[in-house]
Design a protein around this ligand. Structure first.
Ligand SMILES: *Cc1c(COP(=O)(O)O)cnc(C)c1O
Length: 393
């Protein structure tokens, strides 16, 4: 064994021993030119793949003009993208930030502030779902509620309650006169690609209306075309507030919190802010991303690609019942629940020059660029099948 090279990074990540120098479409290249097919897209971020010419152009063009002005001045770039996002969704108001956790943080703040402004400051409780992942700031982490992420970080903010996955009766029992909102992911990504049961979000919407509480949907991972609709909520229920991020910048850091007029309006001047949020570079790239992904033909292609992925995944699971026990997901966010350790399969896939993700519940997570071609899907499953065959031994 070689000694590990001394690292100057705070060691929070479990990094694979590969690094990349450039990317093109659905392929990443190491410094020696070896290509890896990307079935993970940097955790559902590179929605348009790597080095998309329209995104590169948008970024370079903006880089020559202006990088940063702060939010002290009017921003036509933010106005344009916010209008576009509102036209494409339930929302009337948008706030731009830099990450998913910040978008969730604002969703939580806005929900509490909504009830405060409407004369019910005691309504500050947020109900979340077991297995959730909402990010790493202290509030988003508390909303996440998973012990493995929380350990050692007490004291945590109060006002969070968690209910079992998929159980609407339990959720209703958890609602009290102090409840402000429910926060939910349409598909739980990090904890194992677990879609909410069919009808769950629709019934949850009705429950929220009945109790006068807000529905906050976390689409940091499922948003921006990932599930075949621009937002996943469109398939079932309309939120009051939505957090999104990952795919929105196609790799440029950006998050957004979308809200109805009623909720957006309570976040008055001075109640929130971000130095970098809505940066012109982020706006230029995200505007291109949104234009391309929201095109009906693009979204229809995502659904067709998804069908091809699921067909392959089901076939693989059928061939290797000793490796896979379940195939689940929505659109191009797929999970294959593994029997052997998923980390072994991810490592074997690397040897086949295929990048996949793992998720909780021992799940192999596949979240390719949305532009992935049929030929690349077939090629990727060929590589995955070879890795699985080696694993099955
Ligand atoms: C990734 C993720 C987050 C956190 O996003 P960051 O950009 O890492 O802060 C929050 N919610 C969901 C559903 C996510 O998948």
């Amino acid at each position: 064994m070689h000694d590990k090279v001394r690292s100057f990074l705070i060691p929070v990540y479990n990094r694979a021993p590969i690094s990349f120098e450039r990317g093109a479409g659905s392929t990443l290249f190491t410094a020696d030119g070896t290509g890896y097919l990307d079935f993970g897209s940097g955790v559902a971020v590179n929605a348009l793949g790597h080095g998309h010419p329209r995104l590169v152009d948008a970024l370079v063009k903006q880089a020559r003009k202006l990088w940063h002005t702060s939010n002290l001045y009017a921003s036509p770039q933010q106005e344009r993208l916010a209008q576009r996002l509102c036209e494409l969704s339930f929302a009337d108001r948008v706030f731009f930030c830099n990450s998913g956790t910040e978008a969730v943080e604002l969703a939580i703040k806005a929900a509490r502030r909504f009830h405060y402004v409407n004369g019910a400051p005691e309504r500050n409780g947020i109900i979340t779902i077991e297995g959730a992942f909402h990010g790493r700031t202290l509030a988003a982490l508390t909303a996440t509620g998973q012990q493995k992420y929380l350990e050692g970080f007490a004291p945590l903010p109060g006002g969070f309650d968690q209910v079992p996955f998929g159980n609407l009766a339990a959720l209703e029992r958890a609602i009290t006169a102090r409840t402000a909102a429910v926060l939910v992911e349409p598909v739980q990504g990090e904890s194992g690609v677990r879609p909410m049961p069919p009808g769950y979000l629709r019934n949850l919407r009705a429950l929220c209306d009945q109790h006068g509480i807000l529905l906050l949907i976390d689409e940091v991972q499922t948003g921006i075309g990932r599930t075949g609709t621009f937002f996943a909520y469109e398939q079932e229920a309309i939120p009051d507030v939505l957090a999104t991020a990952k795919g929105l910048g196609g790799g440029f850091p950006i998050g957004a919190c979308l809200a109805t007029e009623a909720v957006g309006a309570v976040m008055e001047r001075g109640t929130h802010g971000s130095t970098f949020g809505g940066n012109p570079l982020a706006m230029a790239v995200a505007t291109e991303v949104v234009d391309m992904i929201s095109a009906p033909a693009f979204l229809a292609r995502v659904t067709r690609a998804s069908e091809r992925f699921f067909a392959w995944a089901r076939e693989l699971a059928l061939h290797y019942p000793q490796v896979f026990s379940e195939v689940r997901g929505n659109g191009l966010l797929m999970g294959l629940k593994c029997l052997p350790p998923v980390s072994d399969l991810v490592a074997l896939a690397h040897e086949e020059k295929l990048l996949c993700l793992s998720a909780g519940d021992n799940v192999l997570r596949i979240a390719p660029p949305l532009i992935i071609t049929n030929a690349e899907i077939d090629d990727g499953f060929g590589r995955l099948a070879r890795a699985v065959a080696r694993l099955a031994g």
